[in-house]
Design a protein around this ligand. Structure first.
Ligand code: TEU
Length: 567
């Protein structure tokens, strides 16, 4: 059955990390006017929606995911007037704006937390406070064994509050107490305030962590982070999300995408099915393939495993998928899933093909459209990521590592800083990102990898993205078509078929073949029809006819991607 149409199903989303996109005033930090300056570029990609990472007032302990005022703009980014101008300019280019909604926690500098820690009337219960026990030295011990996503205990003793508060992320990000109806109505009011301004939706940060289980029971000490099975998808998640939708989104034509940790395809269905509270969800199952043993290990991911995750979501999800390979929290996609050296260009195009030809709304991260890579870090001092820094500090403290060198390989790969180096606009000083001192290192490869150079490369990564986004918007089959995995066990070739049961369209059957490897590969794909080449990253590929009538034989170049019309 073909899914019901919706604008957000047909949309391609482009994620902008404001701190690192474009600096208009020379303070080394990207800003809203800087984004406005580059909107023609964003529109030229053919994308429909911009998702903006948090731009709210924040002390920036976690780059804006620690909000101290939901209704104000972070000073370094500009003012509310700049934001209004940005919204208008985005709409003037027929694009839409999706904001980040961070309501599992606030900053400890938020007025609510300030009042809560002082025990002001009505505010104590805005956050999750527990007494806990004391140890033999009289120091407080954590009320349970839950761990923070950034390493260490999820509890912090607060002198002023004279007890401990829960923070599933940074200690400057106390978790809100969603059990308290007051907090819920304050949040819904805030959501409405933004929707009334005319935004087109929200990406909801760790939204399935909002309901904590009664009694906050200890978690399995081997889980990562400890307690995640207790605090993710808690008992009232569905109820809270339904309430939120009824009080806010249901009155608007807004799109909602929830970032959901620790979900599988069945749990996701509860959130995103036709009568579920959200339109879409981000899951992490493919992000975990190279870290099955946790953050500190880098394992080889295998293509059959990636295929099996993709195929399960593509075929079994009761609802609409999201498709992403990277974002502001993950390594650069070409460095993780492709080859950022010899085959950077081919593999970046292959990954573009992956992102734009699955069933689901594609989310592209800034810079991937020019094949930006992980950064060569010269020292730990260059790192900015609170997550990586905290983990290293804790590992040093506990003696798990003796010095930074022992952690170096993992940190340099996994640090969220890799995604956060400034957007590379041209080969001028600081890649054209800022006239000042950038807040984070510019990847030195900007002299070769930058938008200006990409604009002049005729068959480069950038034009490939543009053409493929165009093709996707022309072909309903790429949006609404059913997905069928072929060759599930093939070690290096990922092949799938998209078919649409729609007699009026010309192209209703498309084969996607991706050679996810640096070696030339011959493969026999089990489709029983002639195949006309539709698109690909190798110019001399040709139509393939099936001699045996039950398969076609293809000879694929390293990281070659092809789309065939089987209609
Ligand atoms: O990320 C949630 C999340 O699960 C991350 O902790 C992720 O696992 C980690 O960054 C990988 O290293 C969201 C935001 O996207 C992230 O930027 C925030 O730091 C976090 O929530 C807290 O708000």
């Amino acid at each position: 059955m073909t899914a019901a149409r919706a604008w957000w199903k047909e949309a391609v989303v482009y994620q902008i990390y404001p701190q690192s996109f474009n600096d208009s005033d020379g303070d080394g930090v990207g800003d809203l006017q800087g984004i406005i300056e580059r909107l023609d570029y964003v529109a030229s990609l053919g994308v429909d929606v911009i998702w903006l990472n948090p731009v709210y007032q924040s002390p920036q302990a976690d780059n804006g995911y620690d909000i101290s005022d939901y209704r104000a703009i972070h000073e370094a980014y500009g003012t509310l007037d700049d934001w209004e101008e940005l919204l208008d300019e985005i709409h003037a280019r027929d694009m839409r704006l999706v904001m980040d909604l961070v309501v599992n926690h606030t900053s400890d500098e938020h007025e609510w937390f300030q009042r809560s820690r002082r025990g002001e009337d009505g505010y104590r219960d805005y956050y999750i406070w527990r007494e806990g026990e004391t140890d033999e030295y009289g120091d407080p011990t954590p009320p349970n064994n839950w761990g923070s996503f950034f390493g260490g205990s999820a509890w912090e003793y607060d002198e002023k509050g004279e007890s401990q508060y829960l923070h599933l992320f940074h200690e400057k990000q106390p978790d809100l107490n969603w059990e308290n109806p007051e907090i819920r109505s304050d949040i819904y009011e805030m959501i409405d305030w933004w929707l009334e301004k005319g935004i087109d939706g929200f990406r909801m940060d760790v939204i399935n962590l909002i309901s904590k289980p009664e009694g906050l029971p200890d978690g399995d000490p081997d889980s990562d982070p400890v307690g995640v099975e207790q605090f993710a998808n808690g008992p009232r998640t569905q109820e809270f999300l339904n309430e939120m939708a009824a009080e806010t989104f249901d009155d608007y034509d807004a799109m909602t995408v929830g970032e959901c940790v620790a979900i599988d395809v069945d749990i996701a269905g509860d959130y995103v099915s036709a009568d579920g509270p959200l339109d879409m969800a981000f899951h992490f199952q493919h992000m975990q393939l190279d870290q099955q043993d946790g953050w500190w290990s880098i394992e080889d991911w295998s293509l059959p495993d990636l295929k099996s995750v993709m195929a399960e979501w593509q075929t079994d999800l009761d609802g609409w998928n999201t498709v992403y390979l990277g974002n502001h929290d993950q390594p650069r996609i070409v460095s993780r899933f492709g080859d950022d050296e010899e085959y950077r260009e081919a593999s970046a195009k292959l990954l573009a093909t992956f992102l734009l030809t699955h069933q689901g709304t594609p989310f592209l991260f800034q810079g991937d459209e020019i094949g930006m890579t992980n950064c060569p870090w010269a020292s730990f001092e260059e790192m900015r990521d609170a997550d990586a820094k905290n983990r290293v500090a804790l590992a040093l403290e506990s003696g798990d590592i003796e010095d930074y060198d022992e952690a170096r390989e993992v940190v340099e790969f996994r640090s969220r800083d890799n995604a956060r180096t400034p957007m590379q606009w041209d080969d001028s000083h600081n890649a054209g990102f800022t006239d000042g001192d950038p807040w984070i290192k510019v990847n030195p490869n900007y002299e070769d990898i930058n938008v200006a150079a990409a604009e002049t490369a005729e068959d480069g990564i950038l034009s490939y993205y543009r053409e493929l986004i165009d093709l996707r918007s022309d072909l309903d089959v790429l949006v609404y078509g059913e997905y069928e995995l072929l060759l599930p066990d093939h070690e290096t070739v990922y092949a799938y078929r998209r078919t649409l049961d729609e007699p009026s369209v010309d192209v209703d059957d498309v084969l996607v073949v991706l050679n996810v490897s640096p070696t030339e590969t011959g493969v026999s794909v089990p489709v029983d029809t002639d195949a006309a080449l539709l698109f690909g990253n190798e110019l001399d590929a040709s139509d393939a006819s099936s001699e045996s009538h039950d398969s076609i034989d293809l000879d694929l170049q390293p990281y070659e991607a092809r789309l065939y019309d089987l209609s």
